[in-house]
Design a protein around this ligand. Structure first.
Ligand code: UDP
Length: 252
């Protein structure tokens, strides 16, 4: 039987949300089941998001993270934790993948994730529109071994693992049945809002694996770009003021 995919997406209402969720949802719909899409919002489940999910034709959970942390610059951290809690609580069995709503994902990516046993990682292309350039972040591999890391940002040199949030996936049983795995740390695994920007992924991953030897290049050799992280700097749009929409495009 095909392994279940558990895709976690933090999201929030903004003008581009309908564009992002439709684009991602329609890719997920093309992925052979079983797949469950866990979409998490902060404080309330918005009708905009609910409507999009209902019409998508895939299995999903629409969760809310309500913990009154209004001041914290969180960028999805608490929402991802809410989804991890859900997986633990219901002992969902499958491969967990964090898919931010604004990135682009290929079908091959989901096919490859299904091959992962414990923890798989691959390089993600980071695209900065304003600079018209692409950089890679993620593992350098030799066959079935991770032998190094692509990274370009000096400020992040001290990270243990140079992986993007959308550049790895792992077996959900690590969360609720750690005895099956030689886990480097025991106890609940969560993402932390206190972590320095850019260190969120490595801190989390260090709890899932000891070192590179426990990582699986995905697919073998990890020679393929399967998803793209776009930093769309659209701040300089040249439209007249009245044409701007502040709300979600699916809002009534
Ligand atoms: N996100 C969210 N609330 C926020 C900021 C971000 O739910 O206040 C979600 C966003 O929809 C996306 C993920 O968190 O799915 C990562 O956000 P973003 O891409 O803006 O962060 P970046 O990757 O640029 O740091």
């Amino acid at each position: 039987a095909r392994k279940q995919l558990i895709v976690i997406t933090p999201t929030y209402n903004r003008p581009l949300q309908a564009f992002y969720l439709n684009r991602l949802g329609q890719v997920l719909r093309l992925v052979p089941p079983p797949l469950v899409w866990i979409v998490v919002e902060m404080n309330v489940a918005s009708t905009e998001t609910a409507d999009i999910l209902r019409g998508m034709g895939i299995m999903y959970r629409h969760l809310v993270c309500a913990n009154n942390l209004t001041n914290i610059k969180d960028r999805g951290v608490h929402q991802r934790n809410r989804a991890l809690e859900h997986i633990e609580h219901h002992k969902l069995d499958g491969l967990v993948y964090f898919a931010d709503d604004d990135n682009v994902y290929s079908l091959q990516l989901f096919e490859s994730i299904r091959e992962i046993s414990r923890f798989g990682t691959w390089p993600v292309a980071m695209l900065a529109q304003s600079k018209n350039k692409a950089t890679l972040e993620g593992p350098v591999c030799n066959g079935s071994q991770v032998i190094g890391w692509h990274t370009n940002e000096k400020s992040k040199r001290l990270r243990r693992f140079h992986v993007d949030m959308s550049g790895y996936a792992f077996n959900s049983t690590i969360l609720w049945d750690p005895k099956r795995w030689e886990k480097p740390t025991s106890g609940l695994i969560r993402q932390l809002d206190t972590i320095k920007e850019g260190f969120q992924e490595t801190t989390f991953i260090q709890q899932l694996v000891e070192d590179e030897s426990q990582m699986e290049p995905t697919p073998l050799g990890c020679s393929k770009i399967m998803n793209w992280h776009l930093h769309l700097e659209a701040l300089e749009l040249g439209y007249p003021k009245g044409w701007l929409l502040q709300k979600n495009l699916d809002a009534e």
